[in-house]
Design a protein around this ligand. Structure first.
Ligand SMILES: CSC[C@@H](O)[C@@H](O)C(=O)COP(=O)(O)O
Ligand SMILES: [Zn+2]
Length: 202
């Protein structure tokens, strides 16, 4: 595969793990290849020290195309990555992490949106305005993950989000970008915004 992104996914997962955003196997990362298939972390792997065979390559229909270790199962949240890649043709990476701060956002949500502070950092989510009024879309968490994916599809087909990020209540953030490098930056920016919101209410 000429653009195998697994080493980059491994390095970002390790970084996020060290930040405490992927502890206890939490979170999942994926990146799309030129042929439209995507590598995604296999389910239940510790994210601090992933190996190249801790992934599964899937197509947009949710079929496993390649599994370096026959015991690997796709991430339990693959349906959310499929939804993002189907909705956004330019998305080539989709990252999801669980931070304490993301889970504490519950009390600042208005309706099904999280208002973001109008600070310089939102430029990192593609918003180039002065005093931007931007919100992050929020979704309910269901045990049945495909139901979360379905609600994402229905909502975004109706209205595109302001930013390439969404928050699942009491669960964690998901971002997408045209490259793994940008997805990594966007996770860092989303987590910075959560910390800012919490600190500004102290
Ligand atoms: C503490 S793991 C929680 C999981 O159910 C899930 O939310 C998650 O992010 C990781 O699932 P995975 O199947 O390893 O990709
Ligand atoms: Zn999760």
């Amino acid at each position: 595969m000429n653009n195998d992104p697994r080493l980059e996914l491994i390095s970002s997962a390790s970084l996020f793990y060290q930040q405490g955003w992927m502890v206890g196997t939490a979170g999942n990362l994926s990146a799309r290849l030129n042929d439209g298939s995507f590598w995604i972390t296999a389910s239940g792997k510790s994210k601090g020290n992933l190996q190249e065979n801790d992934f599964v390559r899937m197509n947009l229909e949710g079929e496993v195309l390649e599994s370096p270790n026959p015991q690997n199962c796709p991430s339990a949240e693959t349906s959310i990555h499929q939804a993002i890649y189907s909705l956004f043709s330019k998305a080539n990476a989709c990252y999801h992490v669980h931070s304490v701060e993301a889970n504490l956002m519950t009390r600042y949500i208005e309706g099904d949106n999280l208002p973001l502070p109008p600070i310089e950092m939102v430029k990192g989510l593609g918003i180039w305005q002065e005093n931007p009024l931007v919100t992050m879309p929020v979704f309910k968490n269901y045990l049945n993950v495909p139901q979360i994916a379905q609600e994402i599809i229905e909502r975004f087909q109706n209205k595109l989000p302001d930013i390439p990020a969404l928050l699942i209540l009491e669960h964690g953030v998901t971002v997408w970008a045209d490259s793994p490098e940008k997805a990594k930056n966007q996770i860092e920016i989303a987590e910075y915004l959560f910390r800012y919101i919490l600190a500004s209410h102290h």
